[in-house]
Design a protein around this ligand. Structure first.
Ligand SMILES: N[C@@H](CCC(=O)N[C@@H](CS)C(=O)NCC(=O)O)C(=O)O
Length: 223
């Protein structure tokens, strides 16, 4: 059945799904949909107007974690939610933590102000960004660092949606000009390098860098 993904490539939630689709070798068509000025028909697919959303034949689904679990259950491929109920619950918890907690300072404050607002010609609230980065973000990263410990990925040696969701937020933070400090958060920094080196991720980043580069006045060729 043909699969269509709706979204904009800089969204961390859309990126989660694109990484999963690449990791699981699932073919799809990407239809560009920005998270603003959504046409009326888009609300039929995504009732809150948010990205990502998918259409799989007659079925419409919104919300990245709902979509991710549906794709895992219907398309299979590598197990991104672990192999046991306990592993699946742990992945879902960390995915939720990334999507609802890490997203606030990383994407909705730093990335939106420094990248999205600038792309739209709106002012950047640098005071809000400074508070997000200085006060809100560090405790969240401390928690994730402790959860990772000495492991390569949150579940051990196996990539899961927890790694994808966390790194997707850290990529938006990097797009906002902030790399996490590798001395303070060495395990998370290594995780980010490990995940961004995977073809499923590295193949997506040049197109993202080309857009972000236009905001920072960098050469489009830098991608
Ligand atoms: N929990 C949702 C969050 C999706 C989300 O907030 N997407 C943003 C773009 S990054 C959006 O569509 N915002 C538009 C809006 O809220 O109207 C998911 O995981 O899909």
């Amino acid at each position: 059945m043909s699969l269509t993904l709706y979204g904009a490539i800089l969204s961390p939630f859309v990126r989660k799904i694109r990484i999963q689709l690449a990791e699981q070798n699932i073919e799809y068509e990407l239809v560009n949909q920005t998270p603003f000025m959504q046409p009326d028909w888009y609300y039929e697919i995504s009732p809150l107007g948010r990205i990502p959303a998918i259409k799989d034949g007659d079925l419409s689904l919104a919300d990245s974690s709902v979509i991710a679990q549906y794709l895992q259950e219907t398309r299979g491929g590598i197990r991104l939610y672990g192999s046991t109920p306990a592993e699946a619950a742990r992945v879902r918890w960390l995915e939720k933590y990334a999507d609802y907690e890490l997203a606030k300072p990383a994407t909705f404050t730093a990335f939106f102000n420094r990248v999205v607002h600038r792309l739209m010609g709106k002012p950047c609230d640098e005071a809000a960004v400074k508070t997000a980065l200085g006060s809100d973000l560090p405790p969240l990263l401390n928690y994730l660092e402790a959860q990772l410990g000495e492991k390569r990925y949150f579940l051990g040696d196996q990539l899961s949606m927890a790694d994808i969701a966390v790194c997707s937020q850290l990529i938006n933070l990097a797009h906002a000009g902030e790399l996490i400090d590798e001395e303070t958060w060495p395990a998370l920094s290594s995780l980010l390098s490990r995940v961004t080196s995977r073809t499923s991720v590295s193949s997506l980043l040049p197109a993202e860098h080309r857009i972000v580069g236009t905001v920072n006045g960098a050469s489009v060729a830098e991608g």
